[in-house]
Design a binder for this molecule. Structure first.
Ligand code: 9MG
Length: 262
């Protein structure tokens, strides 16, 4: 899953793709490099970020969905927590909803997804982007995020979303310390055991910078390391800015995993 932030303020690529031609070029490039999904977001979820209106978000996302639809073989995912933005993006050609609030921000979101019959990614986040990094606390981060995933999956199904359409994401960096992120990565197998495809989003994130002492652009090798570990643990989708290196790492990992299978 290639990240396409059409925002002025995302943490590592903010402002790079606000111009529609640049966004479309980047979407096409990521698909050419092997992205199976292009995830388009019009509201930053970086720590401390401010929310934007439905009109602003729609105005950023929908023209890019329309321009990419038919131009790329990759599926288009809309990264939003607002039901109206999801509805309009799905009407414009998106076919997946990536909701970082796991259907908690907008009471109409579950209905939009259920009516569309499309896949939805439910991600864990502590509180909201504005406050999530203010001293996040857990007794046992892995257990608590697992329980959250089970509860949100049950909620989605109770709202008419088919279980087969749900993807789960532990939300690396969303209300977590470095140690919390490392523990979640180490026990990713427990999320895979829930039986739904697991989405992993580590790309260029701050916890990598804390380990490597680098700015976002210098976190590629760290990102690729987590992609390989995630693949070995059974994760299914890797949300990344740098598609080619991650696709190549996944192809090699897969080849080794299948060696001797005939
Ligand atoms: C929008 N967004 C930013 N980081 C993300 C992550 O880790 N997972 C998902 N699903 N979405 C994310």
């Amino acid at each position: 899953m290639g990240v396409l932030n059409v925002t002025p303020d995302s943490f590592s690529d903010g402002g790079l793709f606000v111009h529609p031609e640049a966004a479309v070029r980047q979407g096409v490039a990521m698909a050419d490099e092997g992205a199976a999904i292009v995830d388009i977001g019009g509201e930053s979820t970086r720590p401390g970020s401010d929310p934007v209106s439905v009109e602003q978000e729609t105005g950023r996302v929908v023209p890019i969905v329309e321009a990419l639809r038919g131009k790329v073989a990759a599926r288009i995912s809309v990264d939003t927590s607002k039901a109206e933005v999801a509805r309009r993006a799905l009407a414009a050609g998106a076919s997946i909803v990536n909701d970082v609030t796991a259907l908690r921000a907008d009471p109409e979101m579950a209905g939009v997804v259920a009516d569309a019959g499309c896949p939805v990614c439910l991600m864990h986040m502590l509180r909201a982007p504005k406050t999530m990094q203010d001293d996040p606390l857990y007794d046992d981060v892995v257990d608590e995020v697992l329980r959250f995933m089970e509860e949100r999956l049950a909620f989605a199904v109770s709202e008419g979303i088919a279980e087969e359409q749900v993807l789960l994401d532990p939300g690396i960096g969303f209300g977590k310390t470095l140690e919390h992120n490392l523990l979640l990565l180490r026990r990713l197998d427990r999320f895979v055991a829930l039986g739904r495809p697991v989405v992993l989003g580590t790309s260029r994130k701050r916890f990598l910078g804390a380990i490597l002492d680098t700015e976002p652009q210098g976190r590629l090798f760290g990102t690729v390391a987590t992609t390989v570990m995630g693949a070995l643990a059974g994760a299914a989708v890797f949300r990344v800015h740098d598609v080619k290196p991650n696709v190549e790492a996944l192809r090699v990992t897969e080849a080794v995993r299948r060696a001797g299978d005939g």
